[in-house]
Design a protein around this ligand. Structure first.
Ligand code: NAD
Ligand code: DAU
Length: 364
């Protein structure tokens, strides 16, 4: 089992990154974290309040494309492990403006890889076996499944359909190439849709929960029969930790929750949970707020993940069932209304709702 001392987490003020920082501080008493995040619209220091053992966490406000800064951080903190979350992540935004996706997801990943190669392989800052670059990626690089197709696995050919997915696919290829060409010790994980605390309310579940709380319409793209594989964020964090500890260099791991509801079923379940949690709400039954709106261009119909490899080789399984995970998530949003209010007031967020939903003929 590999031990890690000083970890550079990129994008640790975003949804999964902030959950991972918390997980890591609780999990391991020795590790120190340097958290590099540009604090784009999706990142917030609100996500990093009340951390356990905050003395082992250093936040750095900066961009992964800034090579000088990355070089400095690697040396100043003697980084032996990089866990790379930072990315532009919203498919709908990538359809409106792909530019930032190319910059952060491709150029940013290249910048980190080059900096790691220089420090770890050229300068030989540590023994080869002591360092690791873990790249956090998505199932969207594999494209869409037809009904009856087997789930995605580590051997599925890449077929990305959105600018977001294409930029993540490009970054995966770069990481793979740095392993094969230079021998950089890397691992890659491709995970399905995450849900849970601190998810920015542009994504399906937090958008539905926060809209429903205000009695606003719940916009379902197209017929709502699209299928995603949903994984509780804490389970994703644990999977990444297992890979860091026990994963084999150069390997890719598929991660998923073994849950494949349609979007409509998922949103109806959330509405039912809200009805139970808030029986006196004037918006009960929340299901009545659902509205179908024009579809996302190029919308992938179905994703599903085969987790045989990570289960068999690393002993990882999702712990959280979808029903209890959704209930926990709704309860977290109900208990954190100040967090929601801070985000929903942001000008950028309001502008995004107008841009994305008004053009669908839907009042945000
Ligand atoms: P997020 O959008 O919530 O957070 C992204 C974070 O990256 C933000 O804190 C943002 O400020 C930061 N960031 C963006 N550009 C940056 C830059 N140039 N330099 C430094 N920081 C920058 O994203 P998320 O949902 O937490 O996803 C994290 C990672 O996991 C991404 O790589 C994503 O592709 C991958 N992933 C996400 C999911 C999911 O369902 N959310 C599933 C599988 C994989
Ligand atoms: O599969 C992993 C991916 O999951 C991650 O790589 C992405 O970063 C993450 O954003 C997520 O992508 P999706 O496009 O699947 O997530 P999103 O929450 O945007 O949408 C989930 C489904 O819900 C999708 O089929 C589109 C639909 N949807 C979404 C929104 C925002 C709606 O029907 N209405 C909406 O308003």
């Amino acid at each position: 089992m590999r031990t890690m001392k000083n970890i550079l987490v990129t994008g640790g003020a975003g949804f999964i990154g902030a959950n991972f920082v918390r997980f890591l501080l609780e999990q391991s008493a020795e590790t120190r974290i340097v958290n590099l995040d540009a604090l784009t619209y999706a990142g917030s220091l609100e996500n990093l309040k009340d951390l356990p053992s905050p003395e082992r966490h250093t936040f750095v406000h900066g961009n992964i494309c800034d090579r000088q800064l990355v070089d400095h951080l690697l040396r100043a903190h003697q980084i032996d492990t990089i866990v790379h979350f930072a990315a532009e992540t919203h498919v709908d935004r990538s359809i409106q403006d792909p530019g930032p996706f190319i910059q952060t997801n491709i150029v940013g990943t290249y910048t980190l890889l080059e900096a790691a190669r220089q420090y770890w392989l050229v300068e030989k800052a540590f023994p080869h076996h002591a360092v690791r670059f873990h790249h956090v990626s998505t199932d969207e690089v594999f494209g869409a499944l037809k009904p009856g197709d087997p789930p995605f696995s580590e051997t599925t050919p890449y077929a990305p359909n959105s600018p977001y997915a294409a930029s993540k696919a490009a970054s995966d290829h770069l990481v793979r190439a740095y392993y094969h060409t230079f021998g950089l010790p890397v691992t890659i994980s491709n995970c399905s849709n995450n849900y849970g605390p601190f998810q920015f309310p542009e994504k399906l579940l937090p958008l539905m929960i926060t809209n429903a709380l205000e009695g606003k319409p719940l916009p379902i793209y197209g017929d709502g029969q699209q299928i995603r594989d949903w994984l509780y964020v804490g389970d994703h964090c644990e999977a990444i930790y297992r890979i860091l500890e026990k994963g084999a260099v150069g390997e890719t791991y598929a991660i998923g929750g073994n849950n494949q509801p349609t979007n409509l079923m998922l949103v109806e379940t959330v509405c039912a949970i809200l009805d139970e949690e808030m029986p006196d709400s004037p918006h009960t039954p929340h299901k009545a707020l659902i509205q179908h709106v024009p579809d996302r261009p190029g919308h992938d119909r179905r994703y599903a993940m085969d987790i045989t490899k990570i289960s068999g080789e690393l002993g990882w399984q999702p712990r959280q069932g979808l029903g209890s995970g959704l209930a926990k998530t709704v309860q977290w949003y109900l208990a954190n209304q100040a967090w929601i209010a801070a985000i929903r007031q942001q000008q950028d967020y309001q502008r995004w709702l107008e841009q994305n939903y008004q053009k669908r003929g839907h009042k945000p």
